[in-house]
Design a protein around this ligand. Structure first.
Ligand code: NI
Ligand code: MN
Length: 226
């Protein structure tokens, strides 16, 4: 699998012949000003919840690419009203086979209002499985014992977890999550974008190393093979 980091919690995974973009928030992120959203052409866009730092560029990229947007029921209805009709509504606990990939929605402990004040439903995470393997993106969430269920559903190649604290888990909680989900390769997201979530990178990496796991902090715009 290949993973490209676009800053904050936005990343693209190429797996099983498909391109999956998660939580597009680029044009309003000063740290990602060198990224051109017109060059991002995914097959799917997956949204963990309705906050603007996860969906700000969704409509523009969906219009450019005609990607299928996978999200909860309330965000699906909201996107339909905004003219985005290639959507697939899901909700916590459900899974769907999209052909090359299967997506399962996991519980996330967070909130999910939409930018215009509309009700955004509940936040979710995703387990994606295809012929290339499986990965988990928790979305914005606290550490929760629900994460111990993840190994029942997938043997993970890697996971993407928030580490910025204040709004989500910090690196110490995310390292504990790595143990619960039985995954030693973690990509950190949701850090450094705003003042509230600026972190010490070396301390964060050490929190994972202390638990026998590895934290990867990818430079914005870089692609790794994983
Ligand atoms: Ni959020
Ligand atoms: Mn967020």
């Amino acid at each position: 699998m290949k993973l490209t980091y676009y800053g904050h919690s936005c990343f693209m995974v190429e797996t099983s012949g498909k391109k999956l973009l998660f939580d597009p928030f680029i044009t309003y992120n000063d740290l990602a000003k060198d990224i051109d959203i017109n060059k991002i052409v995914p097959d799917f866009i997956l949204l963990s919840h309705g906050h603007s730092d996860h969906i700000a560029d969704c409509i523009a990229i969906a219009e450019n690419s005609n990607a299928k947007v996978v999200c909860n029921w309330e965000i699906h209805e909201w996107l339909n009203k905004k003219g985005i009709h290639n959507t697939h509504p899901m909700n916590t606990g459900g899974k769907w086979n999209f052909g090359a990939i299967t997506v399962k929605c996991t519980a996330a402990q967070h909130s999910s209002g939409l930018p215009d004040g509309s009700y955004g439903g509940n936040p979710i995470g995703f387990i994606v499985t295809g012929s290339d393997g499986s990965f988990y993106y928790s979305g914005d969430t606290s550490l929760t014992t629900d994460m111990t269920l993840v190994p029942k559903w997938a043997k993970l190649n890697f996971a993407v977890l928030p580490i910025g604290d204040n709004f989500t888990m910090d690196a110490t909680d995310a390292a504990a999550c790595a143990g619960m989900i039985d995954c030693k390769k973690i990509i950190g997201v949701h850090y450094d974008t705003f003042g509230y979530i600026k972190i010490d990178h070396e301390k964060a990496k050490k929190a994972f190393a202390d638990k026998g796991a590895e934290l990867l902090l990818i430079k914005i715009g870089d692609t790794i093979t994983i």
